[in-house]
Design a protein around this ligand. Structure first.
Ligand code: ZN
Ligand code: ZN
Length: 346
């Protein structure tokens, strides 16, 4: 029987799950961001300003959802100051309920960084310890746990920019997904496509999904080469187009990351994996080993489908395609138990 990892019958909704407005260090208003993304074919936008959630539900329409959330950071400086040579952690918190704007582990000194809105000190619901943030294993785990206990799902942002080691990222407990591409950082550093890092996570047994975002601040207009909008996105496949179904789909990994290409189908029948996608130059089936499945287009030609045999010893599988412009699309990793393979013998 055919098992769909991405079904051709499931509608895909295009989302930008990370962006900044004038409420923190972005340059566009929430209204302008919504209009810009809607006019570029997006269905879902999460305006994730720094350190304080706003729900923006007044901008929602029947065919355009706004996910409530915000971006939090944990860094070594006692006053929360930025140092480009320090490791730090940035997390996106997405609220299960659209009206939830609880501030997690608020600390006034630490959290005022980059705030622009005058209402910043307005009392909002708060949860968790309000001591100065600490860049320690214990504090980061406590922060993520507190966010989850208070109605958020938590994503790990721009791993390259944050400069953490693989071991650091592996140790974070409770993030449902990591940004495999953060386009704002990609524009500035060229390395914020983290397919290799994502494979390291999966190889080490980390159950984490992947998604793509713009993390746009719109310092430059959209037709400028330094523009940071419309470079990476997430396709989400909810059962229906409601806020709660979209959050549920994200949490279940019913989504994939892309910088351009789209998947039309990824399915398994027996030990065969079938891929259908938009025009690609390369299609890979990663399996946690040294010999991924691969199919390369001849020069000047393109691929729109591929079939692979799933190796019986695969640690996991995930599919990536790259188009002629070098833009990637990536499914999440699926572990053996998720695709009906027996456990490997020790
Ligand atoms: Zn960030
Ligand atoms: Zn950001």
């Amino acid at each position: 029987m055919k098992k769909y990892l991405i079904s051709p019958n499931r509608k895909q909704y295009k989302a930008n799950l990370h962006c900044h407005s004038i409420l923190s260090d972005g340059n566009l208003t929430p209204e302008a961001l919504k209009a810009l993304y809607k006019s570029h074919g997006y269905d879902i936008l999460a305006i994730t300003d720094h350190e304080r959630p706003h729900h923006h539900q007044q901008l929602a329409e029947p065919d355009f959802l706004l996910i409530t959330g915000y971006e939090c950071y944990i860094r070594p400086d006692k006053l929360g100051r930025y140092n480009p040579y320090n490791k730090e952690v940035h997390l996106n918190l997405f609220a299960r309920e659209p009206q939830n704007t609880t501030m997690i582990c608020y600390n006034e000194t630490f959290c005022k960084y980059l705030r622009r809105d005058n209402a910043f000190h307005e009392i909002k619901a708060r949860a968790g310890s309000e001591r100065p943030r600490e860049y320690t294993r214990e504090y980061i785990d406590e922060f993520i746990r507190t966010a989850k206990e208070n109605g958020y799902i938590v994503a790990y942002n721009h791993p390259y920019w944050s400069m953490e080691d693989e071991a650091d990222i592996l140790a974070h407990e409770g993030c449902f997904s990591m940004e495999i591409c953060n386009y704002g950082s990609y524009v500035s550093n060229g390395l914020e496509y983290c397919g290799a890092l994502y494979d390291k996570m999966l190889y080490n047994g980390k159950r984490i999904f992947c998604h793509g975002t713009d993390d746009n601040h719109n310092v430059y207009p959209v037709d400028h080469p330094n523009n940071d909008s419309f470079g990476a996105f997430t396709m989400i496949m909810p059962n229906d187009f409601t806020y709660s179904s979209v959050i549920h789909a994200m949490e279940q990994g019913e989504m994939y990351a892309s910088m351009g290409p789209v998947f039309r189908e990824v399915s398994i029948e027996g030990n065969r994996l079938h891929v259908e996608c938009s025009e690609a130059a390369h299609i890979f089936l990663y399996n946690g080993g040294k010999r991924p499945g691969m199919l390369h287009a001849a020069p000047g030609e393109s691929l729109t489908c591929a079939d692979f045999e799933i190796d019986k010893d695969a640690r996991y599988i995930r599919v990536s395609v790259q188009d002629a412009q070098g833009r990637w699309a990536d499914t999440r990793g699926f572990f053996r138990d998720e695709i009906g393979l027996p456990p490997l013998e020790a």
